[in-house]
Ligand binder design. Structure first.
Ligand SMILES: Nc1ncnc2c1ncn2[C@@H]1O[C@H](COP(=O)(O)OP(=O)(O)O)[C@@H](O)[C@H]1O
Ligand SMILES: [Mg+2]
Length: 252
């Protein structure tokens, strides 16, 4: 039974199709990598999964529910950069991630104790307990992204959306982040959608790799048609299909 069901989804901006005819069914716990040329609508697709944008046509259902009208705690998101609050400490960022908001911006009493205990558990899990009271600017890029992922996971989302989350990290840190993400995922059975520029990363982490591309092309009007899913690779064995071995990047 499919968990995320995308049925005939189109997205238009200013009457131009960005995404067209996207149909895909995702099982709970699947890790979906998304690759495709720059500007072909990958982030737009993630924003629709997040319910920050609504499809111009078609619908996205999660666990058979009605299409969402706005983001909710079911869906967590991490961008390449700047998804943490710079004015909050590492621990406060995790507390904020649980979705508690008060008119004063702070929690008090028993609620605060529960939130702090949960944040400390998450700190342990993401390996940042030694920097709990520091501000994000004091952390390395890899640590900031671990914090961003921890923050997104604090609300216990059923779906985690990652938009080129490791794109700004050096190769060594990237590999560490892969291990980190795989561990978290094994612990939680989350459903993950990750956009990446790096085809190898997509195949290494993903159970499936979806390729977005424009199947129709008008040379006189390149913006005329939108992108859709042109390939849906099974990547469970972690290998790159033979015909793709020569390429490492499909984006440029
Ligand atoms: N809010 C918006 N209004 C108008 N055009 C947009 C908006 N968001 C994205 N676009 C356009 O949609 C296209 C796809 O963008 P995007 O989803 O960011 O691509 P990708 O993530 O694959 O690089 C781009 O041409 C972009 O300019
Ligand atoms: Mg993008």
């Amino acid at each position: 039974m499919s968990f995320v069901s995308v049925s005939n989804v189109w997205k238009k901006y200013n009457n131009r199709s960005i995404i067209e005819r996207v149909n895909v069914d995702i099982l709970e716990g699947e890790f979906i990598s998304i690759v495709g040329a720059s500007g072909c609508g990958k982030s737009t697709f993630l924003r629709m999964l997040l319910a920050e944008e609504t499809p111009s046509r078609g619908e996205i259902r999660i666990d058979g529910g009605a299409p969402a009208k706005e983001p909710n705690q079911e869906r967590g998101v991490v961008f390449q950069k700047y998804s943490v609050f710079p004015h909050l400490s590492v621990r406060e960022n995790l507390i904020a991630g649980e979705g508690f908001v008060t008119p004063f911006g702070k929690l008090f009493g028993a609620k605060r104790r529960v939130a702090v205990a949960r944040a400390d558990e998450m700190l342990e899990r993401i390996g940042l307990n030694h920097v709990a009271d520091q501000f994000p600017a004091a952390l390395s890029g890899g640590m900031q992204q671990r914090l961003a992922i921890g923050q997104a996971m604090s609300a216990r989302p059923r779906i985690l959306l990652l938009d080129e989350p490791f794109g700004a990290l050096d190769p060594g840190t990237r590999i560490q982040m892969h291990d980190f993400l795989m561990e978290l995922r094994d612990e939680t059975n989350m459903t993950v959608f990750m956009v990446t520029h790096d085809l190898q990363e997509g195949f290494k982490l993903g159970d499936r790799v979806l390729v977005f591309d424009k199947p129709r092309w008008d040379p006189h009007d390149p913006g005329m048609y939108g992108a859709t899913i042109t390939y849906d690779f099974d990547a469970r064995d972690g290998g790159i299909p033979f015909q793709l071995k020569e390429e490492t990047d499909v984006s440029e």
